[in-house]
Design a protein around this ligand. Structure first.
Ligand code: ADP
Length: 218
């Protein structure tokens, strides 16, 4: 059975979450107190409802408790965001993901039981900087404060060499998890696999070690 999602707040972020879920074939309930936003979204997702999410009765009436994941994408109205999180938590929603506008907002959300807090602007800023600093870093996923996964575009440093020759684990302390060659994904790279220019290396490691590898590789 497919997971079901509800998205509360249909601004740029919430709208994009709802639209992406819909395009991936998931059932989405979209909620906003602004009738225009609801009307726009109604043409895209399965169900769109106009409601104020700080109104517990309205949330109950739409059966929000039954959704597997509820994303709260309310922007600057921190009070609404916190109240909505609290109400959904008390209603027993299984998984609540909330967008925070700053660290303190995020801290409060975790304290009252949000399962995951995202900071879209901050996270996108961090990703962009990684990409600007080393153009061969195509993507970046922060696993924790200290550990990340990066996608490195193989240039001269890697070209024509095997993982064994590169000895990345011993020299840099990071691990090559997968190698993408065109459309082909090698998810269990062997020591003897040769890397070609333009391949994509998915590398996991400590941020300091990844930085060392990036500097060497660029
Ligand atoms: P973004 O930065 O992602 O564009 P916005 O602040 O523009 O975010 O959008 C937040 C959305 O959340 C708006 O469409 C607003 O109407 C909606 N919203 C804010 N408070 C509530 C609430 N209490 N109930 C329902 N929707 C809300």
């Amino acid at each position: 059975m497919n997971k079901t999602f509800a998205v509360i707040g249909l601004g740029r972020f919430g709208g994009s979450v709802a639209q992406t879920l819909d395009s991936m074939g998931y059932e989405v309930l979209a909620v906003d107190r602004n009738p225009q936003r609801v009307q726009d979204m109604a043409q895209i997702v399965t169900h769109a409802i106009e409601a104020d999410s700080t109104d517990e009765h309205a949330l109950k009436a739409m059966g929000i408790r039954n959704f597997d994941v509820v994303v709260i994408a309310i922007g600057d109205d921190i009070q609404s965001s916190i109240l909505t999180t609290l109400i959904l938590k008390e209603m027993g929603v299984k998984k609540i993901v909330v967008k925070a506008v700053n660290e303190l907002h995020g801290k409060v959300l975790y304290k009252i039981g949000a399962d995951r807090v995202v900071f879209p602007e901050r996270d996108m800023g961090v990703r962009l900087v990684h990409n600007l600093i080393s153009p061969n870093i195509l993507d970046y996923v922060e696993l924790s404060k200290d550990y990340s996964i990066v996608e490195i575009l193989a240039g001269d440093f890697f070209k024509g060499k095997t993982l064994q020759e590169l000895d990345i684990r011993a020299r840099f302390g990071c691990n090559v998890m997968a190698i993408k060659s065109g459309e082909k994904f090698n998810i269990a790279p062997a020591a003897t696999d040769v890397i070609h220019e333009g391949d994509l290396l998915i590398v996991i490691g400590h941020n300091d070690h990844l930085k060392k590898l990036q500097e060497q590789a660029y």
